[in-house]
Design a protein around this ligand. Structure first.
Ligand code: BF8
Ligand code: SF4
Length: 630
């Protein structure tokens, strides 16, 4: 193993504390202080029993006041809140997907955006019944983009992508009436159902929560992933680095943050431009370093090997280094705190999307039409800001790990094909993986996803769970901030295979992979849905029979609930480390953590004790193996 060593949580925290000292010098606020001001949290909110959807309220349920003014009880209120939470997440992911479809529509051979993976475009076009023969690739891109945009408001029928699921899964969705129709319709329907005086029956509300989730995972998110691949390339294994030490003191540091790769791809493009690099040198820097935070970081790490400065709760830290010339954001998971924080330093806070406008930022509106021009202006602005650094405030924690990322489903298949020496065919098979699972060399897999949340000591759950799972020969596929936690710790370094049980270690050696596979951003959890669908088809087992579970141990966002709903509705048991504001209703909790298994063959487990959470996942995987007789 040589000198390889994981970075510990204590080391992460020491680095953060050192940065907070810098912050204190300039009077900067930080989430750590705001958490103190906000705790203890409102109990009604935590239990999900506060309703403010009409102005007769707000109503709060207590033993003495068991019904709101309209007569709605705790079960109805908790169920409605849960569905609205889901709708927020489904809308957010899906609208991101829509932007990507729009960017696809704007592609041109001489435009800002081009088709980088024509093969994938042709594959999807054929899948959707579009004639591809003899067609110009850009004409095809535009035709498919229009169809994809049509999925959002389609008049009849269901999402195109659901046909990718195994037959059994599709039958469940049809039987349970949760096949996702138009994406926008499922979100609208959720808002309609939760309007004053509509649904208050938990079964109906939770059913629509699953359906809206499916519209996200098998609709909007899948469009986001698939068409991002078409536009920017399908990820293949690539080496990169993670943690704050990827920022380079002598260079102009640009941090991209958010989710939509249309922006970050363009920034990377221009930061690489020799003209820009020469300009940076002229301004006294040695070069330009682009690094990322949150999912847009995952997008450019997966496709370009751009280093990951950190995950969600590290977004303030990048500014606290005093060495960030510009933090450029698009949409989602961006702290409004960045505006005032950036003002304490020389950092430019650049917002770019009408969807995420924030005070105290420079707003440079981005669109496919002006992308090149604006990206260039932003890079230039960062370069010109280098001279404004305050050297006494500059401190970049020298902490980073190597990571191999880029495990799209296509990449995983290609890796397996290489191991089995068969023909390299990226539409190939997962059979070698099935064999490993059958023989018990790998016991199973966990899809580790989701955010950080100050309710959990940041990254401890992600990293602690992963370490124990790989010791137990359970392979991890990861995305979002969970993947970045793994990368920061060193779990995506191939040498981390030495931390695995004997079986998984052997597989990692043979396939030359790390034990935690980075599958991308949160919309890329749709990749995981394709992976389990293909595993199901290649093994002959139903998805719910596979020794595979999902886990979001530190989640915080509405998007995460939407994801949870489609993962469960696809047949995978899902383990949460943070409660989804449902404890105020035994009926809603009962459905989420048990009852829905009768509908979709899977359900949630909520367990805030991380040690117990991992044991429960391992037990579940072993139960599934026993049931399969393997
Ligand atoms: O979409 S894991 S904190 S960055 S919501 Fe946000 Fe959560 Fe991170 Fe990506 Ni996903
Ligand atoms: Fe209260 Fe009912 Fe109005 Fe909700 S819908 S605020 S429970 S009166």
């Amino acid at each position: 193993m040589g000198d390889f060593k994981l970075t510990t949580i204590e080391e992460f925290e020491a680095a953060t504390n050192r940065l907070l000292e810098t912050g204190a010098k300039v009077g900067a606020d930080a989430y750590q202080y705001r958490v103190k001001n906000q705790t203890p949290h409102c109990k009604f909110g935590e239990q999900g029993v506060c309703c403010r959807i009409c102005t007769m309220g707000p109503c709060r349920i207590t033993p003495k006041a068991p019904r709101g003014i309209c007569g709605c009880d705790a079960h109805g209120i908790v169920g409605r809140n849960y569905l609205r939470f889901t709708a927020g997440g489904a809308a957010t992911h899906s609208d991101h997907g829509r932007e990507i479809c729009h960017t696809l529509y704007c592609t041109a051979p001489d435009g800002n955006y081009k088709v980088k993976d024509p093969e994938k475009l042709i594959r999807i076009a054929k899948e959707w019944g579009v004639e591809t023969e003899g067609k110009d690739i850009y004409d095809l891109a535009h035709e498919v983009a229009v169809l994809a945009l049509g999925e959002y408001g389609k008049v009849f029928g269901h999402q195109n992508f659901i046909k990718r699921a195994p037959k059994h899964t599709q039958e469940i969705w049809a039987r349970e009436e949760i096949e996702p129709r138009a994406i926008d319709r499922e979100v609208s329907c959720a808002m309609h159902m939760t309007h004053m005086g509509c649904s208050s029956k938990p079964e109906a509300l939770i059913r629509q929560s699953l359906r809206a989730g499916l519209a996200d995972g098998w609709g909007g998110s899948m469009a986001g992933t698939e068409f991002s691949d078409v536009l920017f390339g399908t990820p293949m294994p690539i080496d990169t680095e993670a943690n704050l030490g990827v920022m380079v003191e002598e260079n102009v540091n640009i941090v991209v943050h958010g989710h939509d790769p249309s922006l970050s791809e363009m920034i990377c493009e221009y930061a690489d431009d020799p003209e820009m690099i020469a300009y940076a040198k002229e301004m006294g820097a040695k070069g330009i370093t682009v690094s990322g935070v949150c999912c847009t970081s995952n997008e450019v790490a997966m496709r370009r090997g751009i280093p990951m400065a950190g995950n969600f709760l590290q977004q303030e830290n990048v500014i606290l280094t005093g060495a960030c010339e510009a933090i450029v954001v698009d949409v989602q998971c961006i702290f409004p705190a960045i505006g005032p924080l950036a003002k304490c330093f020389h950092t430019k806070f650049v917002t770019t999307s009408p969807i995420a406008q924030m005070p105290e930022s420079d707003y440079i509106r981005f669109s496919p039409e002006n992308a090149g021009e604006n990206a260039k202006a932003i890079v230039k602005m960062a370069i010109e800001n280098f001279k404004n650094r305050k050297p006494e405030l500059v401190h970049i924690p020298q902490m980073k790990q190597k990571a191999t990322v880029g495990y799209s489903v296509e990449a995983i298949k290609k890796t397996l094909d290489t191991v089995t020496n068969s023909q390299v065919d990226i539409t190939g098979t997962l059979k070698p993986l099935v064999e490993c699972v059958k023989s018990g060399v790998i016991r199973g897999a966990v899809a580790m996803v989701g955010c950080n949340n100050p309710k959990v000591r940041p990254d401890t759950a992600h990293i602690g769970l992963m370490k124990k799972l790989i010791e137990n020969d359970i392979i991890i596929v990861a995305s979002g901030c969970s993947a970045q936690a793994a990368a920061k710790a060193g779990l995506m370094d191939k040498r981390a295979r030495d931390l695995c049980g004997a079986g998984l270690k052997r597989v990692c050696q043979l396939a030359d992979i790390p034990p935690v596979l980075h599958m991308g951003s949160c919309v890329d959890i749709s990749r995981m849905m394709i992976l389990v669908s293909d595993l199901s088809k290649d093994s002959g087992w139903n998805i719910s029979e596979l020794p595979v579970v999902g886990c979001a141990p530190e989640w915080m966002s509405e998007k995460a609930v939407s994801i949870g709903n489609y993962v469960v509705a696809t047949g995978l048991d899902t383990f949460l480390g943070v409660d989804p504001y449902a404890s105020g209703s035994s009926e809603v909790e009962g459905l989420l953590q048990g009852g829905i298994r009768d509908w979709v063959e899977a359900c949630y487990t909520v367990e805030t004790d991380i040690d117990k959470l991992v044991d429960k996942m391992i037990d579940r995987i072993e139960e599934k193996r026993t049931a399969l007789g393997i």
